[in-house]
Design a protein around this ligand. Structure first.
Ligand code: ATP
Ligand code: AH0
Length: 401
């Protein structure tokens, strides 16, 4: 037997495994690195986050990725070069974290890597009749494995696509295994660049679970701040939005996209929700000369509106839902305040910290859970293709040599 196969076979049988989960999201803020101690599998998964950090990206990383990110046309040579370059960079970032945390790389069972999404196009979004859903993540796992010397499981989304899904949201797989409750109906809400949610009824019935993207979380607000407020990456503490006034005609135009009329599950990305989308809505409503502060106030209200609408749709299925929020949006006080006001039907708004998972680490932990299932999972717990939840094991395995 190949020694790496033997090592994986041993890892799969251990009572607990050390897995480094990596997530690089649509916000391009940094690489989330979560060192997790994972025991069990399936509905008996237990996780302890031993260390977590976000390794910030340099301006150079952001500007290189932005040349191809969510762009219909770009330099294919650059895409080809970025694939190994991002993988090597992520591998070096893991090495740096393990060194800082004084963790011996030999003690890590596997790395679980999401990579960097550069384009996402479900069928509902592209106009090519002969093609299915598509999504593309770069940051080759072979590079991570060779750079760290640690077996790496990556490229999780392609199996989901192969089985008929849209390649996202994958959060549902981890949410169901880790956050299901028999005493309350839960909505797990993640507000990153794009917001998404998972609905977990207290019946525990796997067929009633669903998950969907919602629309913009922070992505348009971030893009606007980066364009018009030099040196700023996001609206820290919503200071800019708080100083502006919501423009109602623009808000209505922003909320009028066909995407919001599609039923869940559905997925989207910055390919749709971007500055061109904002400009088109401003053009339609004669609001192109609005102040930056008023635009930011309106964008903040836009995110709050679409997120609260999605929460209300879940609440129609089951009353007394408790929302557990995560992702960078929880640090935006104006967004959180509006959500509370717009969702009186929600029993309580909490964040995932009360369930034992740092809300900033949740997506990196998700990939650790998916890698754990790939290694040690015995059966598929979710299999509901009508809800876009394919019963498949995800992830491709890269050995270090
Ligand atoms: N203090 C803060 N004030 C306001 N907004 C904040 C703050 N901290 C973080 N954010 C927002 O959260 C964003 C980062 O969120 P997160 O890391 O969850 O996104 P992501 O994982 O890249 O996105 P996705 O989940 O869509 O892939 C920032 O770009 C910013 O918009
Ligand atoms: C294609 C892609 O990278 N999608 C991301 C993105 O960021 C949030 C939302 O859009 C979600 O659908 C997904 O990530 C999370 C981790 C998911 O798959 O659940």
């Amino acid at each position: 037997m190949h020694p790496h196969i033997a090592a994986l076979y041993n890892s799969a049988q251990k009572p607990s495994r050390l897995i480094v989960g990596l997530m690089s999201g649509t916000s391009l803020d940094g690489l989330d690195v979560a060192l997790c101690k994972v025991s069990g599998a399936g509905l008996n998964t237990h996780i302890e986050i031993l260390n977590f950090t976000t390794v910030e990206y340099s301006g150079d990383y952001k500007s290189k990725i932005k040349q191809v990110f969510a762009k219909r046309e770009c330099d294919l040579e650059l895409v080809t070069l970025l694939h190994p370059w991002v993988g090597k960079l992520h591998g070096n970032m893991v090495n740096q974290c393990l060194h800082t945390w004084q963790v011996n790389p030999a003690s890590i069972d596997v790395i679980a890597s999401h990579g960097q999404t550069i384009y996402h196009c479900p069928k509902s979004q592209h106009n090519h009749k002969s093609f299915t859903n598509g999504t593309l993540q770069i940051g080759d796992s072979d590079q991570i494995a060779v750079t760290t010397g640690i077996t790496t499981i990556g490229d999780f989304r392609q199996k989901h696509i192969a089985a008929g899904g849209e390649g996202a949201p994958l959060a549902v797989y981890g949410d169901y295994l880790f956050f299901s409750s028999l005493v309350e109906n839960r909505i797990l809400l993640n507000m990153g660049g794009i917001a998404n949610l998972t609905f977990l009824p207290k019946s525990g019935d796997a067929n009633s679970v669903f998950s969907s993207d919602i629309g913009p979380g922070n992505t348009i607000m971030d893009a606007y701040v980066q364009k018009y407020f030099e040196g700023m990456h996001f609206d820290d503490g919503a200071k800019i939005a708080k100083a502006g006034k919501v423009n109602m005609p623009l808000l209505h135009a922003l909320c009028a996209d066909d995407f919001f009329n599609l039923s869940m599950p559905k997925t989207t990305g910055p390919e749709v929700f971007n500055l061109a989308y904002l400009k088109a809505a401003q053009g339609l409503t004669n609001t192109l000369d609005l102040t930056h502060h008023d635009v930011m106030a309106t964008l903040n209200a836009f995110s709050a509106n679409v997120i609260s609408d999605a929460i209300k749709q879940c609440a129609k299925h089951e009353a007394n839902c408790v929302v557990y929020a995560s992702g960078g949006g929880i640090h935006n006080p104006l967004l959180m305040e509006q959500l509370l006001n717009l969702c009186p039907e929600v029993k309580a708004f909490k964040n995932t910290q009360v369930l034992g998972i740092d809300p900033d680490a949740k997506e990196a932990v998700l990939f650790a859970i998916l890698a754990n299932e790939c290694l040690a999972g015995e059966q598929q717990h979710l299999n509901n293709t009508a809800q876009g939840i394919a019963g498949v094991t995800m992830g491709k395995i890269s050995f270090p040599d």
